[in-house]
Design a protein around this ligand. Structure first.
Ligand code: NAD
Ligand code: DAU
Length: 350
């Protein structure tokens, strides 16, 4: 197969590209990425010269470029991850989220529709999020039938893109599959998201900003598990279906942060000033903060035989070790635009 991965220089994308390039030497992987603040070619340094890999810098909203790439590379499947992905940034500035997540998905669908006709078929795998379902109370979990109720500009833009993908299947007969996954963690995640941000700040003895009361719940999935789930759906998912992907691993934010502090103390030793838990600082809540997410992943298990392999405590330990061993990767993220974002987001929360 010739695969086009969009957003392959981001967190999940780079883990997925590495996985596909290494485990499928007979397949070709073309990675198209705009290289926004979240895209980083350092994350792919170890596969950049693989014979079955090509990187193209490009914007997914450029329908002419997307159409050209699909034809030039005889693409059999698009695995679409490119997106603006951070909720807090969507609150500070939603426009880019609509442009990339909605119009970018639309452009890719148009390119696919133009290319895959006259008997030639290709598959469009759309990588989405559990956030489209909104917020849960104390019980229950999102199934594929849960009604959409997005609460942030980010999740609204992802919901819009999910609907477009569905419509292109229903109306034009495009072979689409959609995945809705819970919170990922692991190597190469940009340090704006909870886990890498806390590792970075704990390493530097800086405050660990926990939003609100810290009791919001997320379901955490190790990124390698997500990559394997995407590959499974790509190969065997049924056209027009959606699949929920989750780790069956719900945690309160405060429990994640305290576990991280303890593991950092274990890895680096307790500082003279005291255990790293002392750095935990409650700050003003994220506006519209979803309380709880949980995934019922029984459909993908039942139909496709996928299950997560990684245990959270082990995954967390490995993630911390990776960040401690890759200081240069982390530091390259910390440019002026990062500091500006940090001040804007957290300055408002003091
Ligand atoms: P990320 O922010 O780390 O990476 C996004 C990538 O997309 C970056 O490399 C960026 O340069 C690229 N990109 C952005 N705009 C682009 C454009 N206009 N054209 C081309 N490339 C562009 O995101 P991530 O966390 O790896 O998430 C990847 C996908 O998975 C997203 O669609 C996200 O909604 C979804 N998802 C993420 C999670 C999670 O926990 N991170 C969970 C479920 C679903
Ligand atoms: O559920 C899937 C989604 O998970 C993906 O679609 C998104 O792309 C991804 O960013 C993630 O969204 P969240 O908003 O859940 O992730 P984030 O890491 O930003 O926050 C996780 C939780 O931690 C959330 O309840 C907010 C809280 N938090 C986050 C940050 C950055 C804090 O308390 N302090 C922080 O500094």
């Amino acid at each position: 197969m010739n695969l086009l991965v969009t957003g392959g220089a981001g967190f999940i994308g780079s883990n997925l590209v590495r996985h596909l390039v290494r485990t499928r030497p007979g397949d070709r992987v073309v990675n198209v990425d705009k290289l926004t603040y979240a895209g980083n070619l350092r994350s792919l340094a170890d596969v950049e010269s693989a014979p079955n890999y090509r990187f193209v810098r490009g914007d997914i909203t450029d329908v002419a470029l997307m159409t050209r790439l699909l034809a030039e590379e005889s693409i059999d499947a698009v695995v679409h991850l490119a997106a603006e992905s951070h909720v807090d940034r969507s609150i500070l500035g939603p426009e880019e989220f609509l442009r990339t997540n909605v119009m970018g998905t639309f452009a890719l669908l148009e390119a696919a529709r133009a290319t895959w006709r006259d008997g030639r078929r290709g598959r469009f795998l759309h990588v989405s999020t559990d956030e489209v379902f909104g917020s849960l109370g104390d019980t229950g979990a999102f199934t594929e039938e849960t009604p959409y109720a997005p609460n942030s500009p980010y999740s609204a833009s992802k919901a819009a893109s999910d609907h477009l993908v569905r419509a292109y299947c229903h109306t034009y007969g495009l072979d689409v599959v959609t995945t809705n996954c819970s919170n990922n963690y692991g190597p190469y995640q940009f340090p704006e998201k909870l886990i890498p941000l806390m590792i970075l700040n704990a390493r530097g003895g800086k405050p660990l900003p926990v939003y609100g009361d810290g009791l919001n719940v997320r379901d955490w999935l190790y990124v390698q598990d997500h990559c394997e789930a995407i590959e499974t759906v790509l190969e065997r998912g049924r056209t027009g279906e959606t699949y929920n992907i989750g780790g069956n691993n719900e945690r309160r934010n405060i429990d994640v942060v305290t576990a991280l502090c303890d593991l950092m103390d274990e890895a680096l030793g307790v500082e003279p000033a005291g255990p790293r838990r002392r750095l935990i600082t409650y700050v003003k809540d994220r506006p519209g903060h979803d309380r709880r997410y949980a995934i019922d992943a029984s459909k993908i298990r039942r139909e496709l035989g996928w299950e997560p392999r990684f245990v959270f405590e082990q995954g967390l330990r490995e993630t911390i070790r990776w960040y401690l061993d890759h200081q240069e990767w982390l530091e390259a993220c910390l440019d002026g635009s990062y500091r500006e974002y940090y001040e804007r987001n957290y300055g408002e929360k003091r």
